[in-house]
Design a protein around this ligand. Structure first.
Ligand code: PRX
Length: 655
């Protein structure tokens, strides 16, 4: 248990979290289930039968007979004797059903360019690129890295991997070269698919050129495929590097989808944990696809024949994987894929897109809602948002003020809001209301979905039926992670070692109210959530510590009105270097270069010493208390008690 637990066991509630419940609202009357309560009851009575029914909505090459194999728990395996292919489920079966002309993506570029990609068109391009990967020597089980901005080729690359059984590892487009390199090295990527340049708010960064040095350090990397997106300067090394367009032009247009065992790995996605080394979360084919297609369908009240779906997440995060790529495609829906930032070319761009494409469901993060709220009602007011019928929230707790604004201004008071709780590890949504049935409360993700079992426990594992506790998932579910890549031991230790191998420990604290609804409070480990992006305290500390002017560092999170949490670094400069604004700017840039801009500390406090126990462990709790203006708790274990007085004066100095 880290020193964070006591802090979270007595969370400071937003005083308005007691608001609600909001009345049940009916979105359309066309829910895909007859009676939601019956669905909960069916899943409770026969959980495995319920999941088997969801899995059978997919197209299997060889139907499964085993639903769950838990003989090697907690390494759970689902639908083990079945075979299927994820790209065939996302593309071929819709085309075979006569839906080839349906738009899969309305791609909208930063400068307003558009591309309309149909299911048949996507299938054709995926087949070509799958053959191109084969021509580079990629076979089933090889890892292919993808480091791309929000261009359609990112989705083509993911599906092309899935088509031939290669395992994709997407590194978020905003990551710095070093962070990309670490993720590629950790999984031994054989090929990396990247881009000449990425656009961001009117500026182009030369992505491939910046990666050059890092690529040299990856011994397992045989080929680099470059999407020509911007014409940015792009050195190409003969024999290793090729252009995406050339490879596709030379490739055979037909590539049958390879039937794969349900437990064949589909992708690895690195996520932040308690240590500096990111965790390679492994998802497999049958269970993952079952989870994302089921949840996308029921949580968002989906009607693929009419809906236009807009998920604002980046492809590089799990929300992008599950609800921009695999869920929507498996369900055959039309999506909007937007390349840009929410405030470029103007702060009303999302609302312009909703109107232009007739978006029916919008799925975004509370940070974006808070930003839109700050920009004012007038911007969404300029657009016709009447096509919207459902709004989703994900990634961080949504404060009631933002919830109510989202509901009133964007949803015109008529669209239900689904606050969806889940994680990279869970693969798909676990706790969320079912629209039109579950009464919602601003700030609460409400109930576990049918088929999902969640419970709260105290630090000793005893059940908490009302009040605050540690969130656990008590039954395996199909889209759960299977392991951490190359580190089974860390998988067991991180998730299943606290309360026995049947209990998955989430890493979040939550509150259960008198109606049995869950309120997610935040992480109990050293993971920070900035704008819905998951960052590791340890990874940031090791990045700061690598700067020669730093003798010691501790990173903590403080509440932030806009981004949910913000990063503050306490730094002891090395001998002779003053802690001044110049060093602060240098350190922020240093973190940006090593991890990415998203990890830059909001504030750096220079201090002569950090509060440590006698055994040298940094007491981050005291630093947090100091920043939030709380009375420092127990300081008796401090090695040098005087350090707190010096720190208090350091944070009260203007920066
Ligand atoms: O702390 C929870 C928070 O985000 C964490 C998972 O982060 P990641 O794996 O990056 O996945 C984010 C997108 C699913 C969780 O442990 N979180 C996610 N959704 C919510 C949330 N916190 C509160 N409410 C949510 N709806």
């Amino acid at each position: 248990m880290t020193d964070r637990t006591p802090h979270l066991k007595h969370p400071k509630h937003d005083p308005t979290t007691t608001t609600g419940p909001f009345p049940t609202q009916h979105a359309t009357g066309r829910r895909p289930w007859a009676d939601a309560e019956a669905l909960y009851a069916q899943a409770a009575a026969d959980r495995l039968g319920f999941w088997a029914e969801q899995a059978r909505r997919l197209s299997w090459d060889q139907p499964f007979t085993t639903v769950l194999d838990d003989t090697e728990a907690p390494f759970h395996r689902w639908f083990t004797d079945g075979t299927l292919n994820a790209s065939a489920n996302c593309l071929d079966r819709h085309v075979a059903a006569g839906l080839g002309d349906r738009v899969a993506y309305h791609w909208h570029g930063e400068e307003g360019e558009t591309r309309t990609i149909t299911y048949a068109g996507l299938l054709a391009e995926v087949q070509r690129f799958a053959n191109a990967l084969k021509a580079l020597g990629v076979t089933a089980g090889d890892v292919v890295g993808i480091h791309l901005p929000m261009v359609p080729e990112a989705i083509v690359a993911m599906l092309a991997c899935a088509r031939i059984g290669a395992v994709h590892n997407v590194a978020f487009g905003g990551f710095a070269p070093q962070a990309v390199g670490e993720r590629m090295a950790a999984c031994g990527a054989k090929v990396l698919v990247t881009v000449d340049g990425a656009r961001r708010k009117g500026r182009v960064s030369a992505v491939k050129q910046a990666l050059e040095d890092t690529l040299e350090t990856l011994p397992g990397l045989e080929h680099v495929v470059v999407v020509g997106a911007t014409g940015a300067p792009c050195p190409m090394r003969p024999g290793r590097d090729s252009w995406y367009a050339d490879l596709c032009a030379a490739a055979d247009p037909v590539c049958p989808a390879l039937p794969l065992p349900a437990e064949h790995p589909l992708f690895i996605l690195y996520s932040s944990g308690s240590t500096a080394a990111p965790k390679g979360i492994v998802h497999t084919t049958g269970g993952y696809l079952t989870g994302v297609s089921y949840t996308h369908r029921i949580v968002f009240d989906l009607d693929p024949s009419q809906d236009v779906w807009f998920c604002t997440a980046d492809i590089g995060w799990i929300t992008g994987h599950s609800y921009l790529v695999y869920g929507p495609l498996a369900n055959g829906v039309t999506s909007v894929l937007f390349e840009g930032a929410p405030d470029y070319p103007h702060r009303g761009i999302w609302w312009e897109l909703v109107e232009r494409y007739g978006v029916s469901q919008l799925y975004t993060a509370p940070t974006a809602i808070r930003a839109a709220m700050n920009w004012g009602e007038e911007l969404p007011g300029r657009h016709d948002l009447s096509s919207l019928r459902l709004l989703g929230s994900v990634g961080e707790p949504i404060n009631p003020t933002a919830w109510q604004w989202y509901h009133r201004v964007i949803g015109d008071g008529r669209c239900p809001i689904v606050d969806t709780w889940w994680q990279t590890e869970t693969g798909s949504i676990m706790i969320a209301p079912l629209p039109g049935t579950t009464g919602t409360k601003p700030g609460s993700a409400t109930r576990p979905l049918p088929g999902v079992s969640a419970a709260l426990v105290d630090a000793d594992g005893a059940p908490v039926t009302e009040g605050t506790g540690l969130l656990t998932l008590t039954e395996p579910w199909p889209s759960m992670l299977r392991t951490l890549y190359g580190d089974d031991e860390r998988y067991v230790k991180t998730y299943f070692s606290h309360f026995g191998e049947d209990t998955y420990v989430v890493g979040d604290a939550a509150r259960l109210d008198e109606d049995g609804d869950f309120w997610i409070l935040g992480r109990t480990d050293d993971v920070i959530n900035v704008s819905g992006h998951r960052l590791s305290t340890a990874e940031m500390e090791s990045a700061v510590a690598a700067h020669p002017a730093v003798a010691d560092v501790a990173v903590v999170a403080v509440p932030d009105e806009l981004t949910g949490q913000a990063v503050v670094a306490f730094v002891t400069p090395a001998d002779g270097r003053p802690g001044d604004p110049a060093l602060e700017a240098e350190l922020r840039e240093h973190v940006s270069v090593r991890i990415g801009k998203l990890a830059r500390p909001k504030k750096i406090v220079f201090t002569a010493g950090l509060p440590k126990t006698r055994s040298g462990k940094i007491m981050r709790r005291l630093l947090r208390d100091l920043l939030t203006g709380q009375e420092a708790g127990d300081v008796t274990t401090l090695g040098e008690p005087g350090v707190m007085a010096a720190l208090t004066s350091a944070i009260t100095q203007p920066t």
